[in-house]
Design a protein around this ligand. Structure first.
Ligand SMILES: [Zn+2]
Length: 151
């Protein structure tokens, strides 16, 4: 499997997926706001400080950058060619932390949606549709990813 990605792909992977006001998260929350949803951002009292918290829906939404959260099988996730062992360890640790936070949130009674960056970059409207449907429903868990939509 090729590890080398072009500079544009790399900068796309790195952009908007670091820090807390990352771009996929911002576009997603603005779209939800337009559809009437209200939320808190990065609640410090919850495990992992989830990106969006919707108390009225008993729901949290995690927007995961595909690179930093090691989205397996995703075109936005390629292990860098330089120092691959370092990156593998780092990204696997991120993924382990995600798993832990997710189960802590669910144990605390929260419904949890994970929206992957790829789903916000491809086919954005249907991503928001899917998330809206889940928020208005009662299902405990959803993962929204572009690859999933590819079936
Ligand atoms: Zn992805």
């Amino acid at each position: 499997m090729p590890d080398i990605v072009s500079r544009e792909v790399r900068s796309r992977m790195m952009s908007g997926i670091r820090g807390k006001d990352t771009k996929p998260e911002v576009v997603l929350r603005k779209a939800l706001h337009r559809r009437g949803f209200r939320y808190k951002l990065h609640d410090r009292n919850l495990p992992g400080r989830p990106d969006l918290v919707l108390p009225a829906r008993h729901a949290v939404v995690l927007v995961n950058g595909c690179f930093w959260h090691a989205h397996e099988g995703c075109p936005y996730f390629k292990l860098p060619a330089t120092r691959p062992e370092f990156w593998r360890d780092k990204l696997m640790a991120n993924r382990e932390r995600d798993r832990r936070n997710l189960s802590l949130l669910q144990d605390a009674g929260w419904r949890v949606a994970v929206v992957w960056e790829c789903a916000t970059r491809k086919d954005f409207d249907s991503t928001v549709d899917q998330l809206e449907g889940w928020l208005r429903g009662t299902s405990q868990r959803v993962d929204v990813a572009w690859l999933q939509a590819q079936g």
